[in-house]
Design a protein around this ligand. Structure first.
Ligand SMILES: Cc1cc2nc3c(=O)[nH]c(=O)nc-3n(C[C@H](O)[C@H](O)[C@H](O)COP(=O)(O)OP(=O)(O)OC[C@H]3O[C@@H](n4cnc5c(N)ncnc54)[C@H](O)[C@@H]3O)c2cc1C
Length: 471
């Protein structure tokens, strides 16, 4: 088997050496050409087409240890796939031994201690499904098909962030297979430096096999959904967003977006493809209060669609899934914002009008609240001055359209980045964003991250990520 060594050299791994790995695994080992190999290397962003040397679909921690040890023994490059949702395709590396964790999707909930232990191959929906049985929820993201591992290791935000902070602020422990193939616990009591690094520093320190989340009482019913108006109403709707979100209690999270109307059943057929402005809301507190809080949205102007209603929390978590199908081509540009300024709203309208694809959007996520109350040193995710996320989200079907769509996203971002805190979200960085963007994302934490890296992965075994070099 042709493979890549950790130092970038092409190497040959003999068949009987590979057979040795196979014998040590409980899960399957897929060579190139196998259907399982193709399935594993196909990720959410259709722009990414990389070919690992082989794929080990791990069944549990013992398989992960076997792979890490094998990679070390043979100086092989490793890559790790959680949910495969990273837009830069960090789950995939050419020539690497790929660990696909998609068989590790168990969730165990302790309803009395309000903690869930989730295996690292879980998608958000796996965790929501089990925790909602007890009327509890972890702080996760907006699209239920995203992997928990990449999301949590990069920080993570969603509908509960305003109440409880970044996803990584709500983690109490992780199980990690280190570069030397040991299983260790990372928490505030054990290996605290590793625990600190894992909450924002990504997959730099080991393979995380399980994550323990603090749970919060949420649902089962919340008030949530979306209301849309024609784009001609955008100046007024975005002003409503600006003022409402500024005074919204932490239970209410508001998202504004502009895009061509998708062919969704809740929108009349004659508006499909036409530009719209929409407000997405989720009130995770009591539904009666939620209804009052969203009343100004539901009664505003003349909406063309309104599905902002009482609904199960788990359904709310999946509301955007259909807009983000696997295999389309995606390119994003993002910034954290301290506030929404009227001048920014103008720019959002201007750049939404230039969208080149029926699937692209300009989105403003509200996140300010609990995360702002911790200090930057709490964990590397930092960015404690952020209140919103601007996401210029390009999404289209054909390779021939790459140029036009990427150009649109870059232009819009260039024109709006002056509104930024100066920080950006590590998990939203695209393939072409380099060290200066990692600096913008992880800011003050980088020097300390390099020290943690030197202690836990001095040879940089875990390098197929937003890589931090050992100090
Ligand atoms: C449609 C969509 C919606 C999104 N919405 C949100 C959102 O609402 N909130 C938010 O915060 N983010 C969101 N994201 C971003 C998301 O957090 C990242 O894409 C994240 O990387 C997804 O995690 P994953 O496990 O699927 O990543 P993967 O692509 O599988 O992996 C990403 C990186 O994490 C590393 N990694 C994965 N698993 C492990 C592990 N077990 N141990 C060590 N390293 C590991 C990989 O090596 C790789 O470097 C969204 C992304 C998409 C595509």
């Amino acid at each position: 088997m042709r493979a890549k060594a950790i130092d970038g050299r092409e190497i040959d791994v003999k068949e009987d050496t590979l057979a040795g790995l196979k014998a040590r695994l409980s899960g399957p080992l897929f060579p190139p050409g196998d259907a399982g190999y193709e399935e594993s290397r196909t990720i959410w962003n259709g722009m990414i087409d990389r070919k690992p040397a082989a794929v080990a679909r791990c069944r549990g921690i013992a398989d992960v240890i076997a792979c890490v040890q094998f990679a070390r023994e043979n100086a092989l490059l490793l890559c790790i796939k959680g949910g495969g949702h990273n837009i830069a395709g960090l789950a995939l590396a050419d020539g690497a031994l790929m660990l696909d964790l998609s068989l590790m999707r168990g969730v165990w909930v302790d309803p009395h201690g309000k903690v869930a232990h989730a295996q690292a191959g879980c998608l958000l929906s796996d965790v929501d499904r089990e925790t909602q049985v007890h009327g509890l929820a972890a702080v996760l993201g907006f699209v239920s098909l995203t992997g928990i591992a990449g999301l949590t290791l990069g920080g993570g935000f969603g509908y509960l962030t305003r109440r409880f902070g970044w996803t990584s602020d709500n983690v109490v422990g992780m199980d990690v297979v280190t570069a030397d193939g040991r299983l260790v616990r990372a928490s505030s009591d054990e290996n605290a430096d590793l625990f600190w690094g894992l909450r924002g520093g990504g997959g730099n320190f080991g393979v995380v096999t399980g994550i323990d989340y603090v749970l919060h009482p949420v649902g089962p019913q919340v008030v949530g959904g979306i209301v849309a108006w024609p784009a001609s109403e955008a100046p007024k709707v975005l002003e409503l967003y600006r003022t409402l979100s500024e005074k919204a209690p932490p239970e209410l999270t508001l998202v504004a977006l502009m895009r061509p109307a998708p062919p969704a059943p809740w929108l009349p057929k004659d508006v499909h493809g036409k530009p719209i402005v929409a407000l997405l809301a989720c009130c995770s507190g009591r539904p009666e209060e939620g209804e009052q809080l969203v009343a100004p949205i539901k009664s505003f102007g003349h909406p063309i669609g309104d599905v902002l209603v009482r609904r199960p929390y788990a359904q709310m978590q999946a509301l955007l899934d259909a807009t983000q199908p696997k295999g389309r081509r995606y390119y994003w540009k993002s910034e954290y914002l301290p506030r929404i300024e009227p001048a920014l709203c103008q720019k959002v309208i201007e750049h939404a009008a230039k969208i080149r694809s029926p699937h692209s959007a300009v989105i403003l996520f509200q996140i300010g609240g609990a995360l702002n109350r911790l200090d930057d040193g709490h964990s590397p995710v930092g960015n404690r001055d952020a209140s919103y996320v601007l996401n210029v989200a390009g999404s289209w079907e054909k390779m021939d359209d790459d140029g036009a769509n990427i150009e649109w996203a870059r232009e819009a971002w260039n024109d709006m980045k002056s509104f930024s805190t100066g920080g950006t979200y590590i998990n939203f960085l695209t393939e072409d964003e380099g060290p200066e963007r990692i600096e913008a994302a992880l800011g003050h934490g980088l020097a300390r991250l390099a020290e943690v890296k030197a202690r836990w992965d001095p040879q940089n075994v875990f390098c197929t990520n937003r890589n931090i070099k050992p100090a």
